[in-house]
Design a protein around this ligand. Sequence first.
Ligand SMILES: [Zn+2]
Length: 325
Amino acid sequence: MVDVRDGEVEEEEGRSSWLRAAMDDEGVSTAKVMKLIEAYCRSYIWSGSNTITKRALIAWDRMFLPKSVGGYNLLNIRIWNKAAITSVYWDLAQKKDKMWIKQIHTYYIKRQSIVEMNIPQQASWMVRKIMEARGVIQQLPTVQYKRTTTKQIYLGILGSYNKVAWRTLMFHNEARPKAIFTMWMKCHGRLMTTDRLANWGIQANTSCCLCNEIVESHAHLFGECKFTNIVWGRLMQWIQISVSPSLSYTQKMAWIIKQAKGRSCKTKIVKMVYSEHIHGIWMERNNRIFGETMKTAEQVAREITCFCNIKAKGGMREKMQQLMY
Ligand SMILES: [Zn+2]
C-alpha cells in the first residue's frame, strides 16, 4: 500500500522549494513569483515537464503577439495589468465624474497638470502607480487623445508588427490544438528538421526518413516529399478537392493560404485537414526516428481522417459524414 502522507510531504517540499526561490530578505516578492510562474509555463510548453529550462524554439515574447502577426495570442498578464492601470489613469486625466477621481484631484493634483506634476510621494502606492502610467500614454500616440479599451492599450504596448501571409490558417481552425501548434511552428520554419541540426554542427542522419531520397528540410518534408504528397493526395481525394500533385513547397503554401480565406464550412474543413496533415507527417517522422515504428502513407492518411471526424462539429460534422474515405 502507498503511504499517502509521503506524497503530501513530497508535494509540500516541492512547493516550499519554489517559494523559497521566490523569496528575498524581505519576504515573497510578487515580481519573482510572477517570473517563476512564467518560467514554469514556458518550460512546460517547450519540454513538457515541470523542470525549468531555457530551451525554446520560438521566443517567449513572440507567443504573446496576436495570431495575425505570427504570435500565439497568449495573454501577458504583466502587460495586461499595465494596460488596465493605464486605462484607469486615462479616466483620471480626463477628470471623469467619479467620486474617487474627484478625491484624487482635490487632495493631490489640485490645479497642477497631471502630465507634468511631480508624483506626490505621500500618496498611496496605488495612486502613485496610476499616475506613473502617464509614461505609457506618452509612448502611445494613438491613445493620447481618444478613449481606448484596455485591450487596445495592451496591443499598443505589445507594439506593431508586419502581418504574416499564413495568418488565415490560424483563425477559425478547428483542428486539435496540438496540430495547430505543430502547423504554427512549421509556418515559422522552427521544427527541428535534420538540415537545421546539421547547420548547428550536430551530427545526424540528414536524409528524409519518409522517402530516404534527399536531405530533410521544411520545404522537402512538408512540400516535395513523395510520402507527404501521397498522404496529401489521399486527403484531398477524401474531401473532394482536386490539387496538382507536383506543386513546390512555396506553391503549396500559396494555394493553402488562398483556400483558407473565409469562414465557409469547406474552408474550415480544408484548414483542419491541412493542420492535421502537417501534425500527422511530423509525428510519423518522429516515430520513425525515435520510436522506430513505421506506418504506411495509407495508414497515416486514415488516422488523420479519424482525428478530423472526431473534432468536427455542427455543419462541418454533417458535411464530413457525407464524405467517403
Ligand atoms: Zn522525403
